[in-house]
Each structure stands twice: as C-alpha cells, then as structure tokens.
Design a protein around this ligand. Sequence first.
Ligand SMILES: [Zn+2]
Length: 153
Amino acid sequence: MKQGPDLRRIEDNMRTGTLAAHQFLGTDRRALADIILQDQLLLEQLGLTNQALAERMRFFTDQAAEKGFKVVDKRFQVEREEHKGTIPCPFADNFNAAKSITKVLNLQTGGEVIWSDLNIHLIEEHGFYEGYGSPFRVDPTAYADVLEIKKDK
Ligand SMILES: [Zn+2]
C-alpha cells in the first residue's frame, strides 16, 4: 500500500529517528501503512474494533491503578508496574503516556499479556498494534483471547 508523506516521516522516525530505541516496529519490514491496514483486516475477521480492545485494556489498567495488584472477577490477575517518565506518541500528536506497564494473567487459561499505557492510546487513536518482533506488539487475536473480549454483535 502507498503511504503519504506524513506516515512515511513517522515511520522513518520509528525506524531510525529519535524514537528508534522504543522499537515500535520491531523486526517488521512492512510499511507502517501496511502494518496498520493488516491489523484492521484481522480485527474485522475477529469481529472486533480498536475501541473494544482499548476499552478492555483500559478497564484492567484502571483496576490495578490504586494498589498495583488486583484479582478481577476471580479470573484475571492484574499487576501494574509503575515506571518513571513518559514516552511520546510516535504519531506526533503531542500525546505523552506514562511508561507504566499492565500485566494480566488469565487464571483459567494461564494466558498472559502485557502492555504499556501508550499501547492503549496507539490502538484507540491510531489503530496501531506495533510491528512483529516489537517488545510491545499487541497481537489482537492473543489479547482478545486472554482478556476475553467478546465480539460486537
Ligand atoms: Zn497519538
């Protein structure tokens, strides 16, 4: 897919610019526009939306915000690691997220997923789940499974 100059500039900044250390694109060689498009197609197949994923993730992050640890609905063990500092949204919209991390273990299935506060913003606002091989890649299938996100009817 062709991508406009804005997305190309953002991609360059993620790959080799000031944001390269964050490895948003991991080892993924696809163009940023293709990464976003292909995850949207995957979501369609799953019957899910960016909003459904982001809302469910925010729900768990909020649950653990106060004490850093909580068991939710007797089936999700939620942990929050607070990290100092912020990280800027790579889409250059002046959004900065805390570096804090949320971990959820599904006690029924043993599945575990992890995300940063920025992941929620990236999904909600940009439909960006990060590239393959990225330390914070959110695989929509795996996250929907562990977090038991139901299809929008
Ligand atoms: Zn943003």
